[in-house]
Design a protein around this ligand. Structure first.
Ligand SMILES: C[S@@+](CC[C@H](N)C(=O)[O-])C[C@H]1O[C@@H](n2cnc3c(N)ncnc32)[C@H](O)[C@@H]1O
Length: 255
């Protein structure tokens, strides 16, 4: 059972440091590209992003990365310190608001979200079913659900995550890695359809998580890793795509 109190205390403690991942060029460019990939099919379909609600928003970097593509953005995080950091991070963006609260219980009425976004956060949530049920209080008909989650099908990457947990004091152990297909099944059970899972991130993902000291070198390296990933995304056979670090999951609620 995930310990919500311990997870919240950890994110309260590391909030300021966490923001650095979206401030350093090398990590920010990988994180922005991942987000663009995640929402690209929605924009390509001609739909507007409209009102975005992001659950487990951290410092709310998507409000900055997607600026201009949405009407309003509301970031929710149960860590008060993360929300304070998000407000500082997005100073001057009148379209972005932040509220501290639990995604499983928060009441956002009268908000009507066109897109519910959850980046790297669902696996920290103790009861994802409760979160999905709660979203029904604030999603518009036909709203999109987009999540980015760690890929658990690759044992090498799982071993690297385990190793990171041993050395990185800012790493949360309150995580539940979804088995392949588990999250899709959960979404189906909560009446989401058009479910699509896309493997993402081979060489670029470590740059998104670690802020390297010499940005003059790190940023071009991160750029090269992104280009390599773009090539792999086109060329890798389907069976090898599971070697990715992440999975992007898209789904929709009924119209
Ligand atoms: C790994 S961080 C990811 C933050 C951000 N989305 C990003 O990609 O940088 C996970 C975040 O989810 C938040 N979180 C975990 N469970 C939550 C819940 N039940 N309700 C709201 N926020 C939650 C944590 O406080 C933390 O800020």
């Amino acid at each position: 059972m995930l310990d919500a109190g311990r997870d919240r205390a950890l994110f309260d403690r590391i909030a300021e440091k966490y923001a650095r991942k979206d401030l350093a060029r090398s990590s920010a460019l990988v994180r922005q590209r991942q987000l663009n990939l995640a929402v690209r099919p929605i924009l390509a379909s001609g739909a507007a992003l409209g009102t975005i609600v992001e659950l487990g928003c951290g410092v709310g970097a998507p409000a900055r990365y997607l600026a201009g593509a949405y009407r309003s953005y509301l970031g929710i995080d149960r860590s008060e310190e993360m929300i304070a950091a998000a407000r500082r991070f997005n100073t001057g963006n009148a379209a972005a608001k932040f509220v501290a609260g639990d995604a499983a219980t928060i009441d956002l009425a009268p908000v009507q979200a066109d897109l519910v976004l959850v980046v790297d956060a669902l696996h920290h949530m103790a009861d994802v079913g409760a979160v999905l049920r709660n979203t029904l209080r604030f999603v518009a008909p036909g709203a999109w659900f987009v999540a980015v989650e760690p890929q658990s099908a690759n044992p090498v990457i799982q071993a690297l995550r385990w190793a990171r947990g041993r050395v990185d004091r800012s790493y949360s152990h309150e995580q539940h890695f979804f088995a392949p297909g588990e999250l899709e099944e959960l979404l189906r059970c909560h009446n989401l359809s058009e479910i699509e899972a896309v493997c993402e991130g081979y060489f670029s993902t470590p740059f998104a998580q670690v802020v390297l000291p010499v940005q003059g070198v790190a940023a071009p390296l991160a750029g090269a890793a992104v280009r390599l990933d773009e090539l792999l995304a086109r060329r890798l056979p389907a069976t090898l795509r599971r070697l990715s670090w992440n999975v992007i999951i898209r789904a929709r609620w009924a119209e």
